[in-house]
Design a protein around this ligand. Structure first.
Ligand SMILES: C[S@@+](CC[C@H](N)C(=O)[O-])C[C@H]1O[C@@H](n2cnc3c(N)ncnc32)[C@H](O)[C@@H]1O
Length: 253
């Protein structure tokens, strides 16, 4: 595995925001630049994780979903998907470090598999033996795209990628998305933040609400719809700091 530790890596920058240790000096330096512009980024990153966990618990306990495909799963941290469901889980990431760490964490758990694949190549991703061998796509599945789509530029057509995944999902399947936005943020800090990520492993593309809503074409949103992640079925007293919108949708039949 070759790792260029001199290029800030988006998985490791996120790990740093969450207080993890899987990061190098270049990751920390870039992350600190973001923190100087947006000091509440760690609170927002933790809020995004809690959104993911609440969505998985809802799907597992209330919607009866037994299979989860977590694309852009990231470095294992607290509260991973398989800890919030007793269903089958496949973690997917295109970052070899995230994949190696995830494999080390779950190697003894036969409910969980890990694939190295790229969301921008959905056919290959779905055909990866760790995905196709572990999940039955003839049965409902929850596809989790949590804090990953803002690393897929418009030129790669993330809407078409989701449509391809949707076509492969059985009736009763769900889609979970959270996505960074700069709605309500002044142009100055917005531009500075985007600039920091331009020098990272994956330039960031924050999107306005209407563009994020289009990811759910062909899905019906469950309550409360597309909202700030901190407002999606929060537990009482939970911190609501959010840098993005999130929603859960069920595939329209
Ligand atoms: C901000 S982290 C999100 C981690 C986790 N989903 C969460 O929300 O807590 C984004 C992850 O997406 C991964 N990623 C970015 N672009 C990707 C792509 N095209 N295919 C697969 N993974 C990708 C990164 O390596 C990183 O681990």
């Amino acid at each position: 595995m070759t790792i260029d530790a001199t290029v800030p890596n988006v998985a490791r920058m996120y790990d740093y925001y969450l207080g993890g240790y899987h990061n190098f000096a270049a990751d920390r330096e870039a992350a600190e630049k973001i923190l100087a512009i947006f000091p509440d980024t760690p609170a927002a990153a933790h809020g995004n994780r809690r959104f993911l966990q609440r969505a998985v618990r809802y799907l597992s306990r209330e919607a009866g979903v037994r299979q989860f495909l977590d694309i852009g799963a990231g470095l294992p941290t607290q509260g991973n998907v398989h800890e919030h469901t007793d269903g089958r889980v496949v973690y997917v990431d295109n970052d070899p470090v995230a994949v190696a760490q995830a494999r080390a964490l779950v190697e003894d758990d036969e409910r969980v598999a890990v694939a190295q694949a790229d969301l921008r190549e959905p056919e290959e991703l779905l055909a990866d033996p760790h995905v196709s061998g572990h999940l039955d796509l003839g049965e409902p599945v929850a596809v989790l795209l949590v804090s990953i789509l803002h690393f897929v530029p418009d030129e790669a057509d993330p809407w078409a990628i989701i449509a391809r995944l949707r076509d492969a999902m059985a009736p009763g399947s769900h889609l979970v998305v959270s996505h960074l936005t700069l709605d309500g943020v002044d142009a100055g800090p917005a531009g500075e933040g985007t600039q920091v990520y331009r020098r990272s492993s994956a330039p960031i593309v924050p999107r306005p609400r209407a563009e994020i809503e289009r990811f759910f074409d062909g899905f019906d949103l469950v309550d409360p719809g597309l909202v700030w992640v901190g407002q999606w079925r929060p537990a009482p007293g939970e911190d609501a700091t959010s840098h993005g919108y999130g929603a859960v949708g069920i595939k329209r039949s």
